[in-house]
Design a protein around this ligand. Sequence first.
Ligand code: FAD
Length: 470
Amino acid sequence: MTSVWPAPTTISGYGFASKACVPVVAPETVQELEAVLACAKREGTSIGLRGAGRSYGDAALNSRGIVLDLRRLNRIRAANWDTGVLQVEPGVTIEQLWREGLPHGYWPAVVPGTMFPTIGGCAAMNVHGKNNFKAGTVGDHISEFELLTATGERLLCSRTQNADIFRGAIGGFGMLGAFTSLTLHMKSVPTGDLMVTPLPTTSIGAMTALLEQRAAESDYMVGWVDMLGSGAGLVHLARYCTSEESDPDASLRAAHQDLPGRLFGLVPKSWMWPGLWCALNKPGMHAVNRMKLWSGARHARAGAQRNSLVGFSFLLDYVPNWRKAYLPGGFLQYQSFVPRAAAAAVFEEQRRLARRAGVQPFLGVMKRHRPDEFLLTHALDGFSLALDFPLSARRSLKLRQLATELNACVLDAGGRFYPAKDSLMDASVMARYVPKDSMERFLALKQRLDPQRRFCTDFSGRTIEALLER
Ligand SMILES: Cc1cc2nc3c(=O)[nH]c(=O)nc-3n(C[C@H](O)[C@H](O)[C@H](O)COP(=O)(O)OP(=O)(O)OC[C@H]3O[C@@H](n4cnc5c(N)ncnc54)[C@H](O)[C@@H]3O)c2cc1C
């Protein structure tokens, strides 16, 4: 029998470790999206929604049905440059937002560490940036959206209309329906530059203390931790430049923001990931980390430096295809969020457990967070530590065992996890970290809006679908 869907293609999570070979359909208009949904209902096919596929694990994969790639729904429908309020389709990217906004003095209020995700994917994960402690998550800057539900209804949702769906769908990883348009509030910025101060730290505890002390005077904060060594690291604090410190006319131009095509003006950036690939082993990363600590200390002595908003925000985009350096096994990111008082002890214990297990992460990144109103949010009053673990057949099993131990420390401390970065959690972990009342409200919304479970992904299969069975 012939299928109504296109031939399957293989797609993966950003870390390469999760894959699915499925039909991928890419509608260009909301009407086409509605037609695909109607067809899926007739055929009894499940739908996994996908933006730019920048989630590290399996949150934008659906091995059991089809995947809807929403990147072609990428029109900015309305923009008011007096207020910075935009109505956009879900496939509009963070890059589109800053390119449109900056010449008018507006920057996306919350950005992840890369400019390529779509706003639909960011809202579905409720992403945070290096300013989470101050600006909240992306959902805090969305005032309204339209959601296409499994029954074919188009619901307008805001804090006053369908407010329960508003709080469930933001951070609801595509389980309640597809965003078809979103109203966003951009941030007015005086210039296109930040003043960035690097500060070395001697331990994980020293880093949490520093981030705590310097939050009031900073707009952005991020810390890199040497997880292979003693836990020493480097914090970057940043604040918006005043118009005396940077020329607004020049710095708000895209040409000022564009990332350089060559490293040190010489090496093409496309050559960088193979170089990184050679260093991605324990001795290589030890050496890289020691160099980073040494150059960090040097920069710290030089004091604050100006950097463009794009240069500071999207550091990883400097190296195109950097993830290929983790091939052939790929990598897994593990990010845990821990309440303020317990964070340093939990992260220190994670470092100890990883060292004992012999599966140490090559990268550790710390951020400060604040809570928000969304039902399944990962955000809390505390800190997160994101760890990148290289994968191989030998390491996978060890890592799975290690994750159970790392999870236990986080859950015992009242911490949380983040679906965009997850590859390993199961329903029991999710049931423990999401407050009971929030989980019950979310599951009730799922039953009401999508009783046939049309919207599902590989991530939902190992988490909330099991909870719906209970
Ligand atoms: C280099 C890098 C750095 C990152 N840094 C950060 C960071 O600092 N902070 C952070 O929070 N995250 C970060 N991330 C994670 C990333 O921001 C999120 O995974 C984000 O969701 C990716 O958006 P996307 O468009 O790629 O969505 P996808 O990954 O394709 O999808 C994400 C989720 O959204 C759902 N979805 C997609 N479109 C829609 C829609 N229209 N309606 C409803 N649901 C939809 C999908 O089903 C899926 O569950 C980073 C990722 C990378 C690769």
